[in-house]
Every structure is written in C-alpha cells, then in structure tokens.
Design a protein around this ligand. Structure first.
Ligand code: GDP
Ligand code: MG
Length: 440
C-alpha cells in the first residue's frame, strides 16, 4: 500500500531535519499513482500533487513520525481540505415549504436517494412530501409510492400525463396547504446528458426555487460521473452532490474529482439500497479510502499528539523555571478549545494526573474560554509577560478592549495566579521531576 511504498522512499531520509523538494518529488510519484488508481481525474491529480509538494517542502520532520508518514499526513490533510473539510448540512431554514430537487442521470439513484432523504428528515421531526416528477418511465412514479409507503412518508399523487413543471408547482402548493415543510422533488433522468432534459430541469427549478439542487451521481461510474457533473453544474444552480453506491467503490476517487470540478460540497453518500443506507459525507474517511489505508486516522492523531506533547514538554520546562506567563496561558486556552479539555492536555505532562485539584476542577465552558482568550489578547506583550504590572487603570483598559468587565478581567488574573500557585506546589512535591525525558 501507499504507506509502505512511501516508507521505502523515505528510508534514507530518517533522522534528517526537513523535507526537501527532491525527496518529496520522489514520494509524489507514488502519491500520483495512488490517486490515479483511485480513479481521480488526471487534471485534478496534477493540481493536487503540485499543491501538496509546495506545502510539504521545508516542513520539519516530526520526531516520532517517519518522513513517509509525515508526507502522508500532508497529503491526507490536503485531500480532506479539497474534499470540503466539514460535512455540509442541508439548507432547510428558508420559507416553508423548503424544496429539495434531485438531478442526475437515469439510474444514478435519484428516486432511492429522495426516499432515503425523506426518511432522514422525518427522523429529524420534519414533515416531508415526496414528489415523483419523472413522467417518462412508467414505473418511476410507482417506485416512489412503494418507497414512500415503506418509510411512512406521503407521496404526491402525480399523474404520468402531467407536465413535470406543473407537478412541481402543484406539489408545493399542496404541501403548503397541508403544513408539510419539506418538498423532495424526484426528477427524470436520461441515459446521457441532453438539452431537452436540462431545459426541463431548469424550468422546474425556475418554477419552485429549490433551496437545494442536489446532483446525484453513481460513484461506480468514475470518470463519466465527473464529466456529467461538470455539465449539470454549468446548466443548473447545483447546491450539493450526493454520491451513491459508495459502498461498492473501494477507491473513492470520484468524490475528489466531482468536488474539484463542480466546486460544490458533497453532502451525502449512498451506501446501499436499503432506506437507512445514506450517510452524511465525511471528507476524512474518503481521504483515507483514496490513500488506501485504514490506519491513517490514528496516524494523524499520533502526529497531532506529538505537536501537543512538544507543547506540554515546553510547558513543563516553564513551570520548572517559573516562567509560565499569561501568554502561555493563552496558548493553553487555545489548545483546550482545539482538543476539548484541559485534562487531555495536562494529561500529557507525565505525573500531573496524580494531582487531585485537576481531577476535581470544573470543566471550562466554551463561552468562558472565549472570554478569557479575548481578555488576554487585549493585553500588551509586556503585561502578558508580567501580570504584576497590571494595575487598576490597565484592568479598565483591558476590559474595554475585550468587551468585558473589570470584574471579569480580575477573575482571569485570579485564576492565572491560582494556576501559578498550583504549579509551584507541583514543583515542591516533585511531581514534575523527570517529566521532560519521557517520550510518547
Ligand atoms: P434513478 O434512475 O436516478 O431514480 O435511480 P434509482 O433510485 O432508481 O436507482 C437505480 C438503482 O440503483 C436501484 O436499483 C437502486 O436500488 C440502486 N441504488 C441507489 N442508490 C444506491 C446505493 O447507494 N447503493 C447501491 N448499492 N445501490 C443503490
Ligand atoms: Mg428515478
């Protein structure tokens, strides 16, 4: 797999300081192969490789990762970024009924996904209405009725003789009347892109102003799906993508290509024919899949732990030398915000978890953390390095600058002083002795 291959490329590099252009380029050859094997579009691959190379060159090699692992981390992070970083929720807050319109080729999974979505929304206390607007295939309307019955969601009684635009309009009016808050429009597809179909879809979208126009693509069709996605994106105001049959595509390359070509977020993935087989899209999972390794997430965690570990060691040193400042405190707060808890960070300092005070400490809440952060940020560097100089008038200025009160500034300074006291106690009890040398 890719990890093993990169390991061998970087074997000779182990122990050296930074990643260089040459050794990265060597590794990128393998990354390129892996992406192409995952069926990622060639143009997208080229773009990607040059971006990642630029990012990786000059990076410090982290102690506990091999250079190969580290390049993988860079590649993985960039993949996640390109795939959209965070899962994108549906925009359902507009005026009701909110319309979700499906678009895509025949067989891509529009009808199935319509029903899956309806089921999902019903579970979130919404009242969806399923609307069959595929009047060309005789069985299409019936198919949605069967699925609707199965999941207990009403299906609009469309007739095959009707025009799809009229169906859409009538369905929205009916939903409004019955208090159904979400209209899911299942439209017709063709085997290939054609102008007539596009014109029809445009007319429907024009008539009912959907909040979401979801392009549904079959992940198994790989490169073809990418071309089709491009065409739909030019013609229709797409707001997102659903990739179906992802459970059958071990490679996951279509996701990256389609996201790159359309610029639209992938919102869901279909993982099977069953009604519950619809997952919110997770960029990190797909990135791992593209890179062909299941262990990449634990690797990333390890890399991040290393960074935090280094910070923790620095912190231990500062405590030893009595140089812990408000600026370090600010750094702690930012870490807490990222990692979720003070215990996690403090837990990285060996021996510290024996401390009773810490175990019983109240969990900091996000608002309070943000306030503390703002307060410290409103201090000058001089003040951060020597809290003793912060007198009454400075406290007033800091409160003003951070949009807080003097009482709150006092509170921050008080907890900081308490922290210093705790640290001194730790030192006296010898809890931190030998801490510096332990490795993860
Ligand atoms: P439409 O023509 O776009 O409406 O596509 P359909 O919803 O009728 O789906 C076509 C076929 O793909 C059906 O047999 C579905 O059961 C199947 N299908 C849809 N989504 C998925 C999925 O996520 N995984 C699998 N394995 N099959 C799916
Ligand atoms: Mg259909």
């Amino acid at each position: 797999n890719l990890t093993d291959r990169l390991e061998s490329v970087f074997k000779k590099l182990r122990g050296q300081g930074v990643l260089t252009e040459e050794n990265i380029q060597e590794a990128m050859h393998d990354v390129r192969t892996a992406l192409l094997e995952a069926d990622v579009n060639l143009g997208v691959v080229r773009d990607f490789v040059s971006k990642v190379t630029a990012k990786a060159v000059g990076q410090d090699v982290l102690d506990s990762l091999s250079p190969g692992q580290q390049v993988i981390k860079v590649v993985h992070d960039e993949l996640v970024r390109l795939l959209g970083s965070e899962a994108q929720p549906l925009k359902l807050n507009g005026p009701q009924p909110v319309v979700i319109m499906m678009a895509g080729l025949q067989g891509s999974g529009k009808t199935t996904t319509s029903a899956k979505l309806a089921r999902l929304l019903k579970g979130r206390e919404r009242r969806p209405l399923l609307v069959p607007a595929d009047v060309y295939r005789p069985a299409a309307i019936e198919q949605l009725h069967v699925l609707g019955e199965q999941i207990g969601v009403p299906v609009f009684p469309s007739a095959a003789e009707q025009n799809p635009v009229d169906i859409a309009r009538a369905a929205v009016a009916s939903a409004r009347e019955k208090g159904q808050d979400t209209v899911i429009l299942d439209t017709a597809g063709r085997l290939h892109i054609d102008q007539e179909l596009m014109a029809e879809l445009k007319a429907i979208a024009g008539a009912v102003s959907p909040a979401e126009v979801l392009f549904v693509a079959d992940a198994m069709t790989g490169q073809d799906a990418v071309t089709v996605a491009g065409a739909f994106n030019t013609e229709l105001p797409l707001t997102g993508v659903v990739l179906t049959k992802m459970e059958g595509d071990a490679r996951g390359g279509a996701a990256l290509s389609i996201k790159s070509v359309t610029g639209k977020p992938i919102k869901f993935v279909g993982m099977g024919e069953a009604m519950d087989a619809l997952d919110v899209f997770h960029p990190d999972r797909v990135a791992s899949r593209i890179l062909g390794m299941g262990d990449v997430l634990s690797l990333i965690e390890k890399a991040e732990a290393v960074v935090d570990q280094k910070k923790a060691e620095k912190l231990a040193k500062k405590i030893q030398k009595n140089t812990f400042s408000l600026d370090d405190f600010l750094d702690q707060i930012q870490q807490i915000k990222r990692m979720g808890s003070l215990e996690q960070i403090m837990g990285m300092i060996p021996g510290i978890n024996k401390l009773k005070q810490l175990q019983n400490a109240p969990k900091p809440d996000a608002k309070q953390l943000a306030r503390t952060e703002a307060i410290i940020k409103s201090m000058t560097m001089k003040e951060r390095n020597n809290h003793r100089i912060i007198d009454a008038s400075r406290r007033q200025r800091i409160a003003k600058g951070s949009g807080t009160t003097v009482a709150e500034v006092n509170q921050v300074l008080k907890s900081f002083a308490m922290m210093l006291k705790m640290m001194r106690q730790m030192k006296e009890k010898g809890i931190l002795a030998g801490a510096k040398h332990r490795k993860v």
